[in-house]
Design a binder for this molecule. Structure first.
Ligand SMILES: CC(C)(COP(=O)(O)OP(=O)(O)OC[C@H]1O[C@@H](n2cnc3c(N)ncnc32)[C@H](O)[C@@H]1OP(=O)(O)O)[C@@H](O)C(=O)NCCC(=O)NCCS
Length: 179
C-alpha cells in the first residue's frame, strides 16, 4: 500500500509536519510537572524552530506528523524514528500539548499511527520507551496492546520501560478479519 500523506483517526488527523507548524507549536503552554519538563520543546527563537524541524523531518529512517483535532488545530506531534525495514520495526514518540491531554486524543493518534506503521510501512513491531513514572503514557500504551519487553537506565538516572506492539496483536484488536 502506498504511504498516505494524511492518516485519518477516529477524531484526529495525522498530517506530515511542515515548517510553519513549528511556529504554532512554539505557542503551546508548558507542562508544569517536573517529570514532563522534557516535553516542553525549546522553540523560542526561529533558529531553534529551524533546527527542531530539520532534525525531526521525515527521511529514510523517520516519519514525523502533527496531530490535528476535529477543528484542524494542531494539538500534538507524533512520529516514528529509527525505522529499520529489514528488521521490521520503528520507535514511536508522541507529545500532546499540555492543555489537550486526557481527552482521548493520544490514544486515537497512537492507534492511527500504529495502523499506518503496519499497513503502509509493513512493520512487524512498533517499539517505544517510557519513563517508569509516566503513568498516564503507560496506561495508554497498555490499553492499546503494548507489552513490556525490558527496561534501561536513561539520562538523569531515570529508568525507562521498553515496550512493543506487534502487528498480530494490533490486528487482533483492530482488524480481526486480518488475523
Ligand atoms: C502520554 C500522552 C501521549 C497520552 O495522550 P492523552 O491524549 O493525554 O491520553 P488519553 O486521553 O488518550 O488517555 C489517557 C489515559 O490515561 C489515564 N490516566 C490519566 N492520568 C493518569 C495517571 N496519572 N495514572 C494512570 N492513568 C492515567 C486516563 O484515565 C486515560 O485512560 P482511560 O481511557 O482508561 O480513562 C499525553 O498525555 C502526552 O503527550 N503527555 C506528555 C508527553 C508524554 O508523556 N509523551 C509520551 C512519552 S513516552
Amino acid at each position: 500500500m502506498p504511504e498516505p500523506t494524511q492518516i485519518q483517526g477516529e477524531r484526529v488527523v495525522l498530517r506530515e509536519m511542515v515548517r510553519a507548524d513549528v511556529d504554532e507549536m512554539a505557542k503551546w503552554p508548558r507542562f508544569s510537572e517536573p517529570e514532563l519538563q522534557w516535553a516542553n520543546l525549546d522553540l523560542t527563537f526561529p533558529s531553534d524552530r529551524d533546527l527542531y524541524f530539520e532534525r525531526g523531518r521525515s527521511n529514510a529512517t523517520r516519519r514525523r506528523f502533527v496531530i490535528l483535532d476535529e477543528t484542524g488545530r494542531i494539538i500534538g506531534t507524533i512520529g516514528l524514528r529509527d525505522l529499520d525495514f529489514r528488521r521490521g520495526d520503528g520507535t514511536l514518540g508522541i507529545i500532546i500539548r499540555a492543555d489537550a491531554v486526557d481527552r482521548g486524543y493520544g490514544t486515537d493518534a497512537i492507534r492511527s499511527l500504529a495502523g499506518y506503521a503496519f499497513d503502509s510501512l509493513g512493520l512487524r513491531r512498533v517499539l517505544l520507551d517510557v519513563a517508569e513514572d509516566n503513568y498516564r503514557a503507560q496506561r495508554v500504551y497498555e490499553k492499546l496492546g503494548f507489552t513490556t519487553i525490558g527496561s534501561h537506565l536513561g539520562p538523569q538516572i531515570v529508568t525507562y520501560i521498553d515496550m512493543s506492539l506487534t502487528r498480530d496483536e494490533y490486528y487482533r484488536r483492530n482488524r480481526p478479519s486480518k488475523v
